[in-house]
Write a protein that binds this ligand. Structure first.
Ligand SMILES: [Zn+2]
Length: 228
């Protein structure tokens, strides 16, 4: 789903084109394309897009939680399974099957959830998200550009489902203000991260975005059971 850009400024550094070497806006996938994400908008400058891609987004595919999830979906999503697992270390199981070899060191950086939540908020709420006189929003953008995992402007609450059963969908939901804005990011059904913005309240009704990976359907809806 391509969402039209709401303002001719980069949502990360707030610059207007022309950018470096006379380039224009670049296509940005809200949920990383490496994970099969298809919600996108041309709202980042080449520099910001490149920096996200080369720093934290690049590592997403190697995250053990992501690899475990796509392993569980390998029969339902064979194409995405091969794409994510390409060139990654393997081991051999007791019955001779090839299994993903999962390192303990790499886990999903909270910056991925923050980036997804911020971009989703920009798509949903538009220009007010780019206000430069709002210290909370300025600090969120600084955090993303500098890759600061400990900035107090956001908090990521890990809500991974206890049954650890992956399901073939991604979702993002604005849950409302309780009392601050909370956006939930859900990857492969059970990897769920609640992104809290302690200094931000958004005056909108809760709603969500769902993308089913097996039949490539996308929809935006008032908050429902699936995104809750
Ligand atoms: Zn930028």
């Amino acid at each position: 789903m391509l969402i039209p850009r709401f303002e001719d400024r980069c949502i990360s550094c707030l610059r207007a084109p022309p950018f470096e070497e006379g380039k224009g806006f670049t296509k940005e996938h809200v949920i990383p394309r490496a994970l099969g994400g298809i919600l996108h908008c041309e709202f980042l400058c080449p520099k910001c897009n490149g920096e996200y891609g080369h720093t934290f987004e690049r590592k997403t595919r190697r995250d053990p939680a992501i690899r475990r999830a796509i392993w569980g979906l390998r029969n339902e999503l064979p194409h995405l399974y091969r794409k994510i697992e390409k060139g990654q270390p393997k081991t051999v199981g007791a019955n001779g099957d090839e299994l993903p070899h999962l390192s303990k060191g790499e886990t999903l950086t909270p910056l991925i959830s923050l980036k997804i939540a911020y971009e989703f908020a920009c798509l949903s709420f538009g220009s007010p998200m780019l206000a430069n006189d709002n210290p909370a929003l300025r600090e969120i953008r600084r955090t993303l550009i500098q890759g600061d995992t400990h900035a107090p402007v956001y908090r990521v609450q890990d809500m991974i489902a206890k049954d650890r059963t992956p399901r073939p969908f991604h979702g993002i939901a604005f849950e409302g203000n309780d009392p601050h804005a909370v956006i939930q990011v859900r990857l492969f059904g059970y990897l769920a991260y609640r992104v809290h913005f302690p200094n931000l309240a958004i005056q909108k009704e809760p709603f969500g975005y769902t993308h089913t990976l097996d039949d490539a359907k996308e929809w935006i809806s008032p908050r429902d059971q699936e995104a809750a």
